[in-house]
Write a protein that binds this ligand. Structure first.
Ligand code: PGA
Length: 261
């Protein structure tokens, strides 16, 4: 990984934990995390726990993120959470287009474009998720599939924004659906191949986007973090299951640093 790109490890807590365990996890991560230059760390708890986790994180080096935001601004949208509200409670990041939202809530690029716009206006950094299901991988169409996801989400933004666009300020997470929560991790070669591919796709979309931070997600664990982190185009991880245990999450960070050394 060139020195120009940071390494970023983010914990996606999904719909897990209770208030006290969320607080405890955040405090444990804070206590055990050693900041390092060009290394970013964030946790993304469920919405109701954001203020408590923000308090536990304080002004320390571990940032706060949310798992989604509404495609609209504040107003008559019952049950939605606006990007502005997320900024208000201390969020820096927001995950958009996670495969669980694409699959279970039918989210597609037009909606995600609106969410991205809202996130940008609120000053959040979107973490855009892309990744193919198993049948697509099995027939060898994963590169085109992921390129389509990226292009359909970002093309209009790339055209609308001049060079030096603020939209360069986003993160992409490559998460093959067959590796999420399954224990089946992509090989380091597969992760590298797709991260490089995504970097190429981004370069064709926006000249300033080649240095976008590209994460790998899907069954990242302490045991595979080092080798995955050593891949030149993998700039970090979006961690699900293993981010729910303080020791595992901190070990992923430690082992990733060894992979970068
Ligand atoms: P996992 O989830 O680490 O449990 O596979 C990753 C994710 O969905 O972000």
């Amino acid at each position: 990984m060139p020195a120009s790109r940071p390494f970023f490890v983010a914990g996606n807590w999904k719909m897990n934990l209770r208030l006290e365990s969320a607080r405890g996890l955040a405090s444990g991560i804070c206590d055990g995390y050693t900041p390092q230059e060009d290394f970013w760390c964030a946790v993304m708890p469920p919405f109701p726990y954001l203020p408590a986790v923000a308090e536990a994180l304080g002004n320390g080096p571990v940032a706060l993120g949310a798992q989604d935001c509404a495609p609209e601004g504040d107003g008559a949208h019952t049950g939605d959470i606006s990007a502005e509200m997320l900024t208000d409670v201390g969020c820096k990041y927001v995950i958009l287009g996670h495969s669980e939202r694409r699959q279970h809530h039918g989210e597609q690029s037009p909606l995600l474009q609106k969410k991205m716009e809202r996130a940008r206006l609120a000053g959040l950094t979107p973490v855009i998720c892309v990744g193919e299901p198993l049948p697509v991988r099995s027939r060898g169409a994963h590169k085109d599939y992921v390129a389509d996801q990226l292009v359909s989400l970002l093309r209009d933004l790339a055209e609308a924004e001049p060079e030096g666009s603020r939209y360069a300020d986003f993160v992409v997470a490559y998460e093959p659906i067959w590796a999420i929560g399954t224990g089946e991790v992509a090989t380091p070669e597969q992760a590298q191949e797709m991260a490089a591919q995504i970097r190429g796709d981004l370069t064709t979309l926006g000249t300033d986007w080649a240095d976008t931070v590209i994460l790998y997600g899907g069954s990242v664990k302490p045991g595979n973090a080092q080798e995955l982190a050593s891949q030149p185009d993998v700039d970090g991880f979006l961690v699900g299951g293993a981010s729910l245990k303080t020791d595992d999450f901190l070990s992923i960070i430690t082992n990733a640093r060894e992979g970068l050394a």
